[in-house]
Design a protein around this ligand. Sequence first.
Ligand code: PBG
Length: 325
Amino acid sequence: MNIRPRRNRLNEVIRSMVRETTLHPSNLIAPLFVIDGKNQKIPVKSMPNQNRLSIDNIILEAKELYSLGVRTVALFPAIDESLKTHDAQESYNPEGLNARSIRALKEALPEMMIMGDVALDPYSSDGHDGIVDPKTGEILNDTSLEILAKQALCEAQAGVDIIGPSDMMDGRVGFIRDALDESGFHNKLIMSYTAKYASGYYGPFRDALDSAPKKGDKKTYQMDPANGTEALREAALDEAEGADILMVKPGLPYLDIIYRLKQSFTLPIAAYNVSGEYAMVMAAAQNGWIDHDKVVLETLMSFRRAGADIILTYHAKDAARLLNL
Ligand code: PBG
């Protein structure tokens, strides 16, 4: 036998020399849930170690993440039920929780990049990402665009660095890009949720924000899990509309989509390792059924190997700690 692949695995020196993929805290974005109030830290039951934090605690958490090398956070506000309306007008309130949290974090930690979510579900009494036609129940695409653009502008004015449209309305990247540029915000990035699937893996997130749809599901705007080629179509549109980064969501069940987008596009690719994926790992780890640290790093590495430049993950802090060891 003259060919022995195991020779290149002989010890850590050679293994680290031939390693094809890297993983650094700088690849990670930490999603954080924000609530109103002071010194609040309310656990999300279905997401062990994840909390809804008031703005003062968001700042502390962000500082810790930054010191570990995680230099971008994605903020998701949990809006009080009393502020949710059919037209989701709280989504662009300059004094609302979302804008206040962006402003406060930017002021406290200007070097941290902040990603803002653009979608109406946390603010909508219907729990949908767009405006619902009261008669037919249809999610109204073009009507929603106007509100999403207002939300993006509100976040830009508050000091957000990256706009993350997670709503899956048609044409929203171009519509938001135009709105930003017209107001002089040409330097705000857009990380588009390009291929966002109608997934069962979002359950714990909807618990965290209390944002589940009141009626129906999201299948008329989020993608069918059976489709891969359609993701290329969405990606081509987002690229043409001016997206800076393309995201695939969820992550693990869609590694093939990450790979296909990476092969076909020159834009950076992000993967969202979503709440349900996090919950599964944490549940198994808490039961002692898997090794938490190993599985977390292996999972994140798999996104990088598939072609993701960026990973949004609730494991960000733990992973950064492990990577800094
Ligand atoms: C909605 C939104 C969702 C997530 C991020 N933005 C859920 C949904 O579409 O219902 C899910 C993130 C996660 O599960 O971690 N705009």
